[in-house]
Design a protein around this ligand. Structure first.
Ligand SMILES: [Zn+2]
Length: 454
């Protein structure tokens, strides 16, 4: 997804909101507004000095993804193939300082090219609209097969003996996934019980094959004749988060010391939306387990963060910019979100209950740039929903990460794009420009960090 300023887009909305019908309609709606001077000052007074960490990570991995959907022929524009590219860019922080040209805030393009060699791009090709993959009975059945094949493919693993995204999906579910209804005919017979030795099960009613990856339910958005770009976007969201988890799981299994000295940056909030949203819970439990394991081994837990460059929280944060002091931050608790961001009182208990696995914070850095940062909820589950809603925004639980996350942003922020940090911008460039798969990223990690203790 592009940063502001990376790609110009002009909306023609001005005429629409001048339309009297629309104006009258809006009078009956609640939405986010520009804060008044007194409101802005009141909100800014709730911001606290942003903590600092003790040291920077040795290595940062950032991911970004882009979806594409194209007709296979100009004569048949409604017959489309979907394409998703997720790029992970790894770089050694020792090499970072040289990336910015001395005396300017510009990034040296030759050095950027070198970083791109340390990137791993994983691309997925899926049936879009009106394409039945491998002769499947329906577009949807072919889509399910393609999702299973693509997520089980070696290219979703890091290193030769690494696990695939499909393995990660099973692992975070405790090695067992159950689906009640047949994903093809909807029949409810005996539940489908998947594990490592049963990843495909034939439906006794319709004889179609159910795949373990059907648990993400992305295919439910696929129609035989309509536009399937929404399903491709959901797939991209799930694939990006699961790829990052796959890399982290690979490092948990191979080198905890190295994992401890790393930071991982995902583009967007730490959340999964739409049909695959349920995966956010096992992901949250997985990251909690990883942190506990690394802590028990005597190391600092790895840092994972989601950086948002658009969306409601970011728009709200930008509207506050002139009121906020540099070097301050605030946790976005549900009351705050309800009052200032959603434009009305919190209508639900526990915002993001079905989607989020991380807590949002707004940061204004010492140099005056605004960021929205997500840090994984440091809990194994969301039991006791209303108590969780309070606990998740208690900043004392985030002490192990917050100072380090803010330090990393302070170190990586740059002028080129608004609210950009270098790794995500590089990952974005990689995901959107180069369609050539990069080298194997684990080779870089292995060469530079294997066994190194910071
Ligand atoms: Zn069936």
């Amino acid at each position: 997804m592009p940063y502001l300023g990376q790609k110009a887009s002009k909306g023609g909305h001005a005429d629409l909101i001048k339309n009297p019908d629309v104006e009258a309609f809006l009078k009956d709606c609640v939405y986010m507004r520009e804060p008044s001077d007194s409101e802005g000052a009141a909100i800014a007074s709730q911001f606290l000095p942003a903590p600092k960490g003790s040291e920077l990570p040795a290595c940062v991995v950032a991911s970004d993804a882009s979806p594409y959907s194209d007709p296979i022929s100009n004569r048949f524009p409604s017959t489309q193939v979907g394409y998703v590219k997720v790029s992970l860019v790894a770089f050694d922080m020792n090499n970072f300082n040289g990336l910015i040209e001395a005396g300017s805030s510009l990034v040296d393009p030759f050095k950027v090219a070198a970083f791109h060699r340390d990137a791993q791009a994983v691309s997925f090709t899926l049936p879009g609209s009106n394409i039945r993959y491998k002769g499947a009975k329906t577009v949807k059945d072919g889509f399910r097969l393609a999702v299973y094949e693509q997520l089980s493919h070696d290219r979703t693993s890091f290193g030769r003996e690494g696990i695939t995204v499909k393995d990660t999906l099973l692992f975070i579910h405790g090695g067992k996934i159950t689906i009640k209804k047949c994903p093809s005919c909807g029949g409810e017979g005996k539940p489908f019980e998947f594990d490592l030795t049963h990843e495909m099960i034939e439906c006794p009613i319709c004889s179609q094959i159910a795949y373990v990856t059907d648990c993400m339910r992305i295919h439910e958005q696929i129609s035989d004749y309509g536009d399937n770009t929404a399903a491709i976007t959901r797939f991209m969201n799930a694939a990006e988060h699961l790829l990052m988890a796959t890399l982290i799981k690979t490092l948990v299994d191979s080198n905890i010391t190295q994992l401890s000295s790393m930071a991982f940056i995902v583009d967007g909030p730490l959340a999964l939306f739409g049909q695959p949203a349920k995966i956010h819970l096992p992901l949250m439990a997985f990251y909690h387990n990883v942190s506990s394991m690394v802590l028990a081994a005597g190391y600092a837990p790895p840092l994972l963060m989601g950086l948002q460059k658009e969306g409601q929280v970011m728009e709200h944060a930008r509207s506050l910019d002139r009121f906020l002091k540099s070097g301050t931050y605030r946790v976005i608790d549900d009351d705050y979100r309800g009052q200032y961001i959603s434009g009305g009182p919190a209508e639900l208990d526990n915002f993001g209950h079905e989607t989020y696995y991380g807590q949002d914070f707004i940061l204004k850095t010492e140099s005056g740039r605004i960021f929205t940062v997500g840090i994984p909820y440091p809990f194994p589950n969301k039991q006791d929903r209303s108590a969780f809603a309070k606990r998740k925004s208690d900043v004392s639980f985030y002490e192990a990460w917050l100072g380090r996350a803010f330090d990393l942003i302070r170190h990586l922020e740059f002028d080129l794009y608004e609210s950009a940090v270098v790794p995500i911008a590089l990952a974005h460039r990689h995901a959107s420009i180069s369609l050539v798969p990069g080298g194997m990223m684990l080779d870089l990690l292995t060469k530079q960090h294997m066994g190194s203790v910071r």
